[in-house]
Structure formats: structure tokens, C-alpha cells
Design a protein around this ligand. Structure first.
Ligand SMILES: Cc1cc2nc3c(=O)[nH]c(=O)nc-3n(C[C@H](O)[C@H](O)[C@H](O)COP(=O)(O)O)c2cc1C
Length: 379
């Protein structure tokens, strides 16, 4: 039986000091130019007690900017900003992977280069979902996602090269690996969803090979840059965040992808168990999307790497019970990490957990609700 506080060698190459993962969380604290800064370095360094930190999601290119104030990894300044973060995490004995994505249709012309339309797998808009962009008066607020333009086949292929460059940049920035964000209704997820992907090209929804082709090409690029032990993939099968339609072929896609990712030498699969509901990020409310143990067992059989399970864990007992199923290897904690930088110690010693104020999740309020939580001191 695996113990939550037992070390692990991830992908046979990255040593983790325990089975606790800090889940990726967008916190919108970047500096001008979507550049990571010293305050972000402090925040991540404070949380280096996790076996693995997965960074907030990072834009692969300007066309991926779906929400204001999110970081990128395509300029020199951004790369240097991330170096501050990775140095700080390593200084505190932690490991950190860069979560990278393309936002796809979850964007708005007010944030896109030259005011162009968001990039979509089709022209179908995320009808009931908002993005954090500029309203008619130029003010940042939550507004409905724009109507996307269906990207051309050659643009999808070109995007694979853009990801390659981002993976190289992540290496130069000192990360320990990369996590490809293929969940939560963003571009990879849009391609994989058979109900949404009505394309007829080689990336089209008609076959599982085509639906997963974009992801697999990007995974190959990541493994080429990093080697197999340093690449993870996050998926949220069954999730309906960002207006994702229910997909009758979700299990087929998940199992095929799991098997293929294993073949490519992906170190871990990060499965989200609980997600935000349809709506915007500001509501901060969550809804359960259960991945059944029987589906998980099939994923386990298909995928030889580690499995991270995320969503709704907030104590030692629940996390250990999940590990005891033998179906997963690591447990990711999102919201509990906001107010408990020393979460691993608190879980280990049974110390109480602090609660974060939801209104500080995504704000420009700097250190407030961000780096101002201290380690447990007995009070
Ligand atoms: C403030 C906040 C920001 C988030 N940003 C991201 C993100 O950038 N990438 C991602 O994959 N998931 C993101 N999520 C989802 C979390 O990684 C996680 O799946 C979710 O919070 C459920 O886990 P929890 O119950 O431990 O919080 C975010 C969640 C929160 C609360």
C-alpha cells in the first residue's frame, strides 16, 4: 500500500518527496506583458513542500490568451520570469512542471492579436460561458466568450511547432517537466470531444485516431524535447466546464488516449474528478463529475505511467483512502493549497487547515490572498 508521505521517482527520472501534488491554479498575478514576477516566485516557493507543483496554466502563444493576466512562455521576458519561479521552488527543495495549453474558443477578440476571432475546432461558440476580457468600455470584466473561427488544418499542424518552441522555452526556464492541459474545455479537449468536433479533416471527430491526433502530435513534440519521464497530460473526461457538450464516446476516447500516451512514454496522467460548473471563474463554485472506479481501473490497465487524481480532496484520510484503492499514485490538491502553503506538513501532523477567501482567487490584489498565508504556527 502506498503511503501519502512516501517518495516517488516520477517517470523514472524526477524524484518527488511525497505523493502530494499542488494542482494547477490560475491566479492572475502576472506583470505587464503576461510576465511572471518575484511575487509569483515567492508564492510557488512557499508551496514547495508538495512532492510536485503543477504551475498555473501558461499560454503557448498570444492567440491562446483567453483570460487577461495569465502568463505566457513565448517571450524572453516571460522565460526569465519563469526562471525566478523555478529557482525559488528548487531552492526550497521542490519540483515544478509547467502546465501549457491553447485556450481555443474560450477567448474574446478584445484579448486576441489584432482583435481576431478566437480559434476554434469549429465555429460553435461556448454559449453559456464567460471569459475575463475587455468589455465595450475597455474595462476588464466577465463577458461571453467570442464566436470562434474554425482553424485550418495547416494551422493545427503549425500549432504543434508552436508547442515545440514552448517546451524548449520551459526547459530553458528551469522547469522539471511539462504538463499538457488537455482538459476543461480548452483546445485539446475541444478536438477530443466527438459531439463538438465535427471537422472532416485529419483532426476531425469521425474517428478516435483523428480526435486525439492533435494531442498526440504535441505529446510527441514534448517527449522529443524533454525525454519521456518529464511529460504529463491532464484530462477531465466527463467534465462540462466551458460549455462542453456531453460526449457519447468519452470512454472510448479516454481509453484510446491512455493507451497511446503510455506508448509515447508519458510519465503521468492527471485526471480531474471535480470541476467548476458551467458559468464563469468568478463564481468559484464547483460541481462533482465522478470518474467511476471501473473506468479508472480500465485507464490503469491501459496506461503504465503514474496516475494523479485531483478534485475535492481536503484531508489526509480522503487522500489516503484514494491511494488505498490502488488505482492512483498521487493526489492533487487545488483549493486547499491557496491558504495552506505548508499543506503537506499540515496533513502529516493533523494540523488544522486555513480557508481562503474566494474573492481573492483571481484578482489584481497582489499579495492579498496570495503570498500572505503563513505556515502553521500552533495557533
Ligand atoms: C483558482 C483556481 C484556478 C484554477 N486554474 C486552473 C488551471 O490553470 N489549470 C487547470 O488545469 N485547472 C485549474 N483549476 C482547477 C484545479 O486544478 C482543480 O482541478 C480544482 O480546483 C479541483 O481540485 P480541488 O477540489 O482540490 O480544488 C483551477 C482551480 C481554481 C480554484
Amino acid at each position: 500500500m502506498i503511503n501519502l508521505f512516501e517518495p516517488q521517482l516520477l517517470g523514472a527520472t524526477v524524484p518527488l518527496k511525497n505523493r502530494i501534488v499542488m494542482a494547477p491554479m490560475t491566479r492572475t498575478r502576472t506583470s505587464e506583458g503576461d510576465v511572471p514576477n518575484q511575487m509569483m516566485a515567492t508564492y510557488y516557493g512557499q508551496r514547495a513542500g508538495a512532492g510536485l507543483i503543477v504551475s498555473e496554466v501558461i499560454n503557448v502563444a498570444p492567440s491562446s490568451k483567453g483570460y487577461a493576466l495569465m502568463p505566457g512562455i513565448y517571450t524572453e521576458a516571460q522565460r526569465q520570469g519563469w526562471r525566478l519561479v523555478t529557482d525559488e521552488v528548487h531552492h526550497h527543495g521542490g519540483a515544478i512542471f509547467a502546465q501549457i495549453f491553447h485556450v481555443g474558443r474560450m477567448a474574446h477578440p478584445s484579448l486576441m492579436p489584432n482583435g481576431e476571432d478566437p480559434w476554434g475546432v469549429t465555429e460553435e461558440r461556448a454559449e453559456h460561458s464567460d471569459v475575463f476580457a475587455h468589455d465595450q468600455d475597455g474595462k476588464l470584466s466577465y463577458i461571453p466568450a467570442g464566436t470562434p473561427r474554425r482553424i485550418r488544418t495547416d494551422e493545427v499542424s503549425a500549432l504543434v511547432d508552436t508547442f515545440s518552441q514552448a517546451f524548449a522555452n520551459a526547459r530553458q526556464a528551469g522547469f522539471d517537466g511539462v504538463e499538457i492541459h488537455a482538459g476543461n474545455g480548452y483546445l485539446f479537449d475541444q478536438f477530443m470531444n466527438s459531439a463538438l468536433n465535427t471537422r472532416t479533416d485529419r483532426y476531425g471527430g469521425g474517428s478516435v485516431e483523428n480526435r486525439t491526433r492533435f494531442l498526440m502530435e504535441v505529446v510527441e513534440a514534448a517527449v522529443r524535447e524533454w525525454g519521456p519521464g518529464h511529460v504529463g497530460v491532464r484530462m477531465s473526461p466527463f467534465g462540462q466546464f466551458n460549455s462542453m457538450p456531453a460526449d457519447p464516446l468519452v470512454e472510448e476516447t479516454l481509453l484510446f488516449a491512455s493507451e497511446q500516451l503510455g506508448r509515447h512514454g508519458v510519465a503521468y496522467l492527471h485526471l480531474v474528478y471535480e470541476l467548476m460548473p458551467i458559468g464563469n471563474m468568478e463564481t468559484g463554485e464547483f460541481k462533482k463529475h465522478h470518474i467511476s472506479h471501473s473506468v479508472l481501473a480500465q485507464v490503469r490497465a491501459a496506461f503504465p505511467g503514474a496516475i494523479i487524481w485531483c478534485g475535492g480532496f481536503n484531508d489526509r484520510e480522503g487522500a489516503q483512502t484514494a491511494l488505498d484503492t490502488g488505482l492512483v499514485d498521487l493526489i492533487a490538491f487545488g483549493r486547499p493549497y491557496i491558504a495552506n502553503p505548508d499543506l503537506a506538513d499540515r496533513l502529516k501532523h493533523g494540523w488544522p487547515l486555513a480557508e481562503a477567501d474566494r474573492s481573492t482567487y483571481y484578482t489584481r490584489r497582489g499579495e492579498i490572498g496570495y503570498t500572505d498565508f503563513s505556515a502553521y504556527s500552533g495557533q
